[in-house]
Design a protein around this ligand. Structure first.
Ligand SMILES: *Cc1c(COP(=O)(O)O)cnc(C)c1O
Length: 384
């Protein structure tokens, strides 16, 4: 296949420079040259997290880092709040339940964000909450939680740690761990970070390190204190994902060259282009404007079109690869990923191919309307 236009909310396309960097010769992770490079590279990730704390790198998928965040801070039998607004929030619920934590689940309807008030009311009757877990960006529904506000609620209404899954957005949205008061922030490599799967990132506040020191849940490979100890020597306890870390350095080059603020704005712009494009095609969106994610948009079935067949057709005929709905939204929505190595031109391309597919399905619309609407958003931004 010549072309594969990967518009999933992870894994995502990899820039050529990043791909090339990953071809560098493998060196020992205990060598002086690697230690230096490792320190430097992990420091360059700090602005994306908005933290002065170390960024620890675990050779794993994002889920392992979520598990690390949970088991290093909470002991069996202790009480936690998990905010879940979709399939990925449910990951945190499953992890916490598996380890015997007492879970209070703050659930929202799929497609909605958790509000400050939801959390204030939920926390009111609860005492002794050890940690509050939340998903920054819910990949199954394309909803972004107001994480700064939720962090503030946790700070002012409890003594709990605030632990955040940023897997599908860090690198494409503001991350202000220190100033917002996030205690643990986690992300993974294969979403907005423009890398292959296999590397996760975790950063821990001073408050959380104190809790971790006294925690009782056993952990070996995912023991964060071990990671911290080795990090001080510029190393990881075990063999790191050396090639992906080469790639990470190239990712930092790209984001620094663009300017992180511009990266964030590009994601906002792409979100607006997709949403306006769908409106012009009279295709429904799952979420409100306020809750809409800058990195992934959940889109409803065009009226009268079988979604499974449409998505399959786009992939087969036009090499345009979208992700379907997860869990209870399967068959109801599809997911248009626009994170990481994705630009306004990619959005125009995808909408144009979507229109071609709609014509094949006999959907009635004004040809070009979606592309034009998206392009108008793009031009308006660039005239300013
Ligand atoms: C993808 C994703 C995960 C899981 O990451 P894996 O690398 O697949 O383990 C967790 N949370 C969110 C929000 C995600 O998007």
């Amino acid at each position: 296949m010549y072309q594969n236009i990967l518009r999933h909310p992870g894994p995502t396309p990899i820039p050529q420079k990043v791909q090339q960097a990953m071809n560098n010769n493998i060196v020992s992770h205990r060598s002086e040259e690697f230690v230096q490079f490792f320190r430097e590279t992990s420091n360059r990730v700090k602005p994306l997290f908005g933290t002065k704390q170390d960024i620890l790198l675990i050779p794993s998928g994002g889920t392992a880092a979520l598990e690390a965040a949970a088991i290093n801070t909470v002991s069996p039998g202790e009480e936690v709040v998990v905010i879940t607004i979709g399939a990925f929030g449910d990951y945190f619920v499953s992890i916490c339940e598996k380890y015997g934590f007492k879970v209070h689940k703050l659930e929202k309807e799929w497609g909605q964000a958790c509000t400050e008030d939801d959390l204030i009311q939920f926390l009111k009757p609860l005492k002794n909450i050890k940690a509050v877990f939340a998903t920054y960006n819910e990949t199954s529904t394309g909803v972004i939680n107001p994480i700064e506000k939720l962090a503030n609620v946790v700070r002012t209404h409890s003594d709990a740690l605030f632990i955040v899954d940023g897997v599908s957005c860090i690198g494409g949205v503001p991350g202000e761990m220190d100033s917002w008061g996030i205690d643990i922030l986690v992300t993974g490599s294969q979403k907005a970070m423009m890398l292959p799967p296999g590397l996760s990132f975790i950063s821990v506040s001073e408050k959380a390190w104190k809790v971790i020191e006294n925690n009782q849940t056993p952990a070996y490979y995912l023991n964060l204190l071990t990671y911290l100890e080795w990090f001080a020597k510029g190393m990881t306890p075990n063999t790191p994902a050396i090639s992906i870390i080469y790639g990470l350095s190239a990712v930092c080059d790209l984001i620094e060259a663009e300017g992180f603020q511009q990266t964030i704005e590009r994601h906002q712009l792409m979100k607006n282009m997709v949403r306006e494009g769908m409106r012009a095609l009279r295709i429904g969106l799952l979420t409100s404007e306020e809750d809409a994610s800058p990195t992934i948009t959940a889109i409803r079935a065009p009226e009268g079109v079988d979604l499974g067949k449409y998505i399959g057709h786009l992939k087969q005929k036009y090499y345009l690869d979208f992700a379907g709905g997860l869990g209870k939204l399967q068959g109801e929505i599809f997911r248009f990923g626009h994170m990481g190595y994705c630009f306004p031109s990619d959005i125009l391309e995808a909408i144009s191919l979507m229109e071609a597919g709609l014509q094949d399905f006999g959907y009635s619309f004004e040809a070009g309307a979606g592309v034009k609407a998206a392009q108008d958003v793009f031009l308006t931004k660039h005239r300013n």
